[in-house]
Design a protein around this ligand. Structure first.
Ligand code: SIN
Ligand code: FE2
Length: 217
């Protein structure tokens, strides 16, 4: 096989990296739908703008957030929770676009979780320097559904640990179009994002967008 042929074969091969039991990194999985996803995102943020929320401890998060879907994840002085309405406008969150739901459902199925029906999509916007400290996603009613996380824009270092906060996290560089799915035995693994390095992404600009799909109820 010539080098050229080999390279084009590599381009079309889905690249899958096992991260832990129940956790899979699907490289470039969202690339085929990136234009539609970004267009839908613009419509969502026009209705429910990004905002930097406060933790129950009173710290303002460096990551700006919004949501789409029946339920949205919010935090303020009262705690972390899901809410069917945007606290800024008291209106329901924008509907989850079918394209988002289908992308999440297909990614989950690739990782062995068929029938994933997300009712919440948290949208995180990282500007240079923004980070997310190690945490577990545990505000959902039950943990039988996986989490599907879609990365767009600037690359970030995703930290993926274990069941204990002190478990040393592995580091994965997530790039535009990469999708991570974790469920089953790793559903409650600690994870976070290292401070975003500055840069300019050709399509998304000077930021990283992350869509996190979950079943909240
Ligand atoms: C999150 O844990 O909600 C965000 C993860 C990420 O931005 O990759
Ligand atoms: Fe999380």
């Amino acid at each position: 096989m010539t080098a050229d042929l080999f390279e084009s074969a590599v381009d079309v091969l889905p690249s899958r990296e096992a991260m832990a039991e129940g956790a899979l990194l699907l490289r470039g999985f969202a690339r085929p739908v990136e234009v539609g996803v970004l267009a839908a995102l613009h419509a969502i943020e026009a209705e429910a703008p990004f905002r930097r929320m406060f933790t129950p401890g009173g710290h303002q998060m460096s990551v700006a957030m919004t949501n789409c879907g029946e339920m949205g994840w919010v935090t303020d002085r009262r705690g972390y929770r899901y809410d069917g309405a945007d606290p800024e406008t008291a209106k329901p969150w924008p509907a989850m676009p079918a394209l988002f739901r289908e992308l999440a459902e297909r990614a989950a199925r690739e990782a062995g979780f068929s029938g994933f029906a997300p009712d919440a999509c948290l949208i995180n916007r990282y500007e240079p320097g923004a980070r997310m400290s190690l945490h577990q996603d545990r505000d959902e009613k039950d943990f039988s559904s996986p989490i599907v996380s879609v990365s767009l824009g600037l690359p970030a270092i995703f930290l993926f640990g274990g069941m204990k906060r002190t478990d040393k996290p592995q580091r994965y560089r997530l790039e535009h179009g990469d999708v991570v799915v974790w469920g089953g035995l790793s559903r409650l693994f600690f994870h976070g994002v290292a401070p975003l390095a500055d840069g300019e992404h050709a399509v998304v600009g000077r930021k990283r967008i992350n869509l996190t799909f979950r079943r909240a109820r």
